[in-house]
Design a protein around this ligand. Structure first.
Ligand SMILES: C[S@@+](CC[C@H](N)C(=O)[O-])C[C@H]1O[C@@H](n2cnc3c(N)ncnc32)[C@H](O)[C@@H]1O
Length: 208
């Protein structure tokens, strides 16, 4: 299922300027290898959120090779940093190369392993946390994220419309993770949550 009418999606991409280097190369890599990245429409929203919240400390659960992290790093202040996590060490190497290329290597911390286990070792607080791990793990993110996100900070989660699979009559484990997470987040009185229906749907939840 298309989340956006294809004409609207095309229009939004057409009015969006070409992603600066090396984001364009990272997009080409994703296309060639079928790797799921947030894409430029969501990348711009992430940059807006970093700027609006005055974020300095950003954490990402499930970073891939650092595409979404690089969008955010590009607008962080000089003393800001983004901590990435991923289970695949190849992604760490690739992310470090791209950040080096962008002249932003000093802003990147990359930890390899299970994202939530690595997050548990952090003291925080964080200003913005991006969540893009395997979807069956989504419900387990809300409690720990809430504890380490500052008040007024933003919790962003990708894929909440899940290409329409949220409407499946017999949802898979990952789809159930998305459905359960969405309702819990909306019901949580400590967050003010909205899903922005671009690309695959991103939740923006502000911690009160
Ligand atoms: C959708 S991709 C992330 C894309 C990235 N946010 C971007 O837009 O550039 C998800 C990544 O999270 C990693 N991942 C999924 N579940 C994880 C977990 N529980 N712990 C660590 N990494 C995980 C996968 O290896 C994959 O590289």
């Amino acid at each position: 299922m298309d989340i956006l009418d294809p004409r609207i999606d095309e229009h939004l991409h057409a009015v969006t300027t070409v992603s600066p280097s090396p984001l364009g190369e990272m997009e080409a890599y994703a296309k060639e290898h079928g790797f799921p990245i947030i894409g430029p429409l969501v990348g711009r929203v992430l940059q807006q959120l970093v700027i609006m919240t005055g974020a300095k400390e950003v954490f990402e659960l499930g970073s891939g090779y650092g595409y979404s992290a690089l969008w955010m790093a590009m607008v962080l202040p000089p003393d800001g940093s983004v901590t990435c996590t991923d289970g695949n060490p190849d992604n760490e190497r690739r992310a470090k190369d791209y950040f080096e290329h962008a002249g932003l290597r000093s802003k990147l911390h990359f930890r390899v392993g299970d994202a939530l286990e690595l997050f548990a070792k952090e003291t925080g607080p964080f200003d913005l946390i991006l969540n893009d791990i395997d979807k069956e793990g989504y419900p387990d993110t809300i409690k720990p994220v809430k504890e380490k996100l500052r008040s007024g900070g933003v919790f962003v989660t990708d894929n909440l419309l899940w290409s329409g699979r949220i409407f499946d009559s017999d949802p898979s484990e990952s789809t159930r993770g998305v459905i359960e997470f969405t309702q819990e987040l909306y019901d949580d009185p400590d967050f003010l949550t909205t899903i922005i229906p671009i690309r695959d749907g991103i939740a923006v939840a502000v911690k009160k």
